[in-house]
Design a protein around this ligand. Structure first.
Ligand code: MLT
Length: 395
């Protein structure tokens, strides 16, 4: 063919991190069929959906089979009932997000990857290590990225004063509670970013997918910070909060006040979604609505408490081995320093070969992740206990 392809793809790794891990694990399992692997790599939930959510899915599916209640295309930005439930969720946290600022989607990953469609060629500022989607989607679009280093000294919570050069009109990605490090910005830390964005005319894209794990006095949403409604988009998900990794639903908040070049950001996103997205199915939106009900939230909180037990088991083990780590309190992720100076892929191979435990090498989240490793608490209690026993013997 004589067509031109997007050469920017040459600037990203050939395989997406979690696909690469899956294929390495598959190969290992084929070569060692008798070994029992414990998967603590991708942050995928293992508990089934709460009953109230399943009932909502069933009920809405049944409605689709009846002439009077059948529905065709859903609204591109979500049904009002779900947008209102999300707005109410924010109200319970103590912030006012009108339902008109909420855009329902099939998940945070899609929105985080698609948001580049509506942005021009800005400088991109991204803490490193980080969820690979921010970097990859910007590299695919040929954007220039400034990485700011997270490390043990700053608790993997870099602040704007680490940016060495003058910035104007940058797009800044933040994730808190953080994937992969589990670290969480305090109100002061997040305020430093919001103030910086306002001062430099920048926009923050805030990934709050792990918000439901927050137990300490740290922000659940960037809109707890004054001025954030003038400079920040927030992207969130039902995946980790309600176990929707296989159901698919999330949302993006674009405050009405966000404007650049005299154009409302919400207008661009509305236009983008209306062109490229046909909305989330009715049963899924009813299921998401049920997860946000009082009973739904209680059931989801019980599941999160279950995962938290896993995080505690891992934390106790690592402390007993004097291994440094962050996360595991307001987050399902434990981010540990690889022992004996191993590189993160060396440690990956070591754990897989010697203990049949799969984790995620820190290097896969960026250069600053080298020498670190992520374990997820999303497994079963039994598997995590067994993993701790294996690690206890090995480390
Ligand atoms: C992760 O393991 O980092 C997440 O599960 C990936 C995702 O949410 O897309």
């Amino acid at each position: 063919m004589k067509i031109k392809v997007n050469k920017n793809f040459e600037n990203i790794k050939e395989t997406y991190l979690f696909s690469e891990i899956a294929s390495r694990v598959k190969k290992y399992q084929q070569e060692n069929p008798d070994k029992k692997i414990i998967r603590m790599g991708i942050g995928d939930v293992t508990l089934p959906l709460p009953k109230i959510v399943v009932d909502a899915l069933r009920g809405a599916s049944a409605e689709m089979g009846v002439k009077e209640t059948f529905r065709g295309y859903p609204p591109e930005y979500g049904y009002d009932f779900l947008k209102e439930a999300i707005s109410e969720h924010y109200k319970q946290i103590g912030v006012n997000i009108p339902s008109a600022s909420v855009y329902v989607s099939d998940g945070a990953k899609s929105d985080l990857g698609n948001i580049v469609d509506i942005l021009g060629d800005n400088e991109i500022v991204i803490p490193d290590p980080v969820y690979p989607v921010y970097v990859d989607s910007n590299l695919m679009s040929g954007h220039k990225i400034t990485l700011i280093e997270g490390n043990i000294d700053n608790g993997f919570l870099p602040l704007p004063d680490q940016i060495a050069h003058e910035v104007e009109g940058a797009v800044i990605y933040l994730c808190s509670p953080n994937n992969p490090t589990g670290a969480v910005y305090s109100h002061e830390g997040l305020k430093a970013w919001v103030d910086y964005a306002l001062k430099t005319g920048s926009m923050i894209i805030y990934d709050s997918a792990y918000e439901a794990f927050v137990v300490e006095d740290v922000p659940h949403t960037i809109y707890e910070i004054e001025g954030a409604d003038q400079c920040a988009i927030e992207i969130c998900s039902f995946s980790k909060f309600a176990g929707f990794t296989g159901v698919r639903c999330g949302w993006t908040v674009i405050p009405a006040g966000l404007e650049a070049d005299g154009i409302k950001i919400s207008k661009l996103w509305s236009r983008r979604q209306a062109t490229k997205f046909n909305g989330v199915s009715y049963p899924v939106q009813r299921a998401a609505e049920s997860a946000l009900s009082t009973e739904g939230k209680e059931a989801c909180a019980a599941n999160i408490a279950y995962y938290r037990k896993n995080a505690s088991m891992l934390a106790v083990l690592l402390k007993s081995k004097d291994i440094k780590f962050t996360g595991g309190v307001n987050s399902p992720y434990i981010w540990l320093q690889c022992p004996k100076g191993m590189s993160s892929w060396e440690f990956f191979d070591f754990l897989l070969n010697e203990a049949q435990i799969v984790g995620t090498p820190g290097e896969g989240f960026g250069k600053s992740g080298e020498g670190f490793f992520r374990l997820t608490a999303f497994g079963t209690n039994e598997a995590t206990k067994e993993a701790c026993e294996r690690l206890d013997k090995l480390l």
